[in-house]
Structure formats: structure tokens, C-alpha cells
Design a protein around this ligand. Structure first.
Ligand SMILES: [Zn+2]
Length: 73
């Protein structure tokens, strides 16, 4: 996993923060596991995100249109 910025808020992630810290890294599933269980373990479905951003997003679809890919599932 590269040390990317948070794909939700585009801010830098503190990769040294302890687990569960709001600014710490958490892998976010681009396609929620609840609706795409077959992608749960697919690295291509993961995006770097803050713990706080990942949790505030929950299982909502991506809001930012720029992130919505053309491919249909
Ligand atoms: Zn964030």
C-alpha cells in the first residue's frame, strides 16, 4: 500500500498515528463490502483514507463525482 493522501478529503494521512486515531490510516473500500462482497479482498477496491473519513462515510456511495469510475458492476 502506497502512502497516499486520503482520497475522501485529499489531506495527508498520519501513517505514524496509532490505530483508531482520527488522523490515522485506514483502508477504505471504494465499493462498499455490503453491496460488493466479492470485492472485499480486492486490493484494487481499496483507497487510502483517514480513520475519521472512512467512518463518517460509512457505506454511502462515493459522493465526489470525480471519483466515480465509468465501469459498471
Ligand atoms: Zn480524510
Amino acid at each position: 500500500m502506497q502512502r497516499n493522501r486520503c482520497w475522501i478529503c485529499t489531506q495527508a494521512i498520519d501513517y505514524n498515528a496509532p490505530p483508531n486515531h482520527p488522523e490515522s490510516f485506514e483502508p477504505d473500500h471504494y465499493y462498499p463490502v455490503s453491496t460488493h462482497p466479492h470485492l472485499a479482498n480486492d486490493p484494487a477496491n481499496l483507497r487510502a483514507s483517514h480513520s475519521k473519513c472512512n467512518r463518517s462515510r460509512g457505506n454511502q456511495p462515493a459522493q465526489q463525482g470525480v471519483w466515480i469510475q465509468a465501469e459498471e458492476w
